[in-house]
Design a protein around this ligand. Structure first.
Ligand code: HEC
Length: 108
């Protein structure tokens, strides 16, 4: 009985990791790391989370791939100011993670 429980847990965990990988692929991480030395999957998932939580409140969340790298570089700083207009929600590190995420996923 115990063996079955372990097996079920393993399969469930594997499925969970597989679905995360489907959103941020190995190729995406490698592309990001080539552009930003030291960038890794944890940074990328954190950037995605921050982006999705803060950048779809006034307008619909834009698809990172729908904008060019140049657009993201121009838009993220003023938009982070908008997010922070009433209270400081995003610090410099959070801004950097958002920028790296959308640039990595941008339509080049
Ligand atoms: C307080 C409201 C608000 C928040 C929060 C906000 N935006 Fe915006 N955003 C706007 C407004 C208003 C515009 C259109 C006018 C302008 O360009 O200033 C806009 C425009 C944009 C554009 C240009 C779209 C286009 O089609 O030209 C991008 C890209 C963008 N936002 C990204 C972001 C990102 C990334 C974040 C999170 C860091 C964010 N926004 C958070 C209000 C907001």
């Amino acid at each position: 009985m115990k063996k079955i429980a372990v097996l079920v847990t393993t399969v469930a965990l594997a499925g969970c990791f597989a679905s995360k990988k489907a959103e941020i692929g190995q190729a995406d991480v490698e592309r990001g790391a080539a552009k930003f030395p030291g960038y890794n999957v944890a940074d990328m998932m954190e950037g995605k989370k921050l982006y999705e939580a803060n950048c779809g409140t006034c307008h619909a969340l834009k698809k990172p791939s729908a904008e060019s790298e140049a657009t993201w570089r121009a838009m993220v700083p003023p938009m982070v100011k908008k997010v922070n207009q009433n209270s400081k929600v995003l610090d410099a590190h959070a801004e950097e993670l958002i920028l790296k995420y959308v640039v990595t996923m941008s339509g080049r």
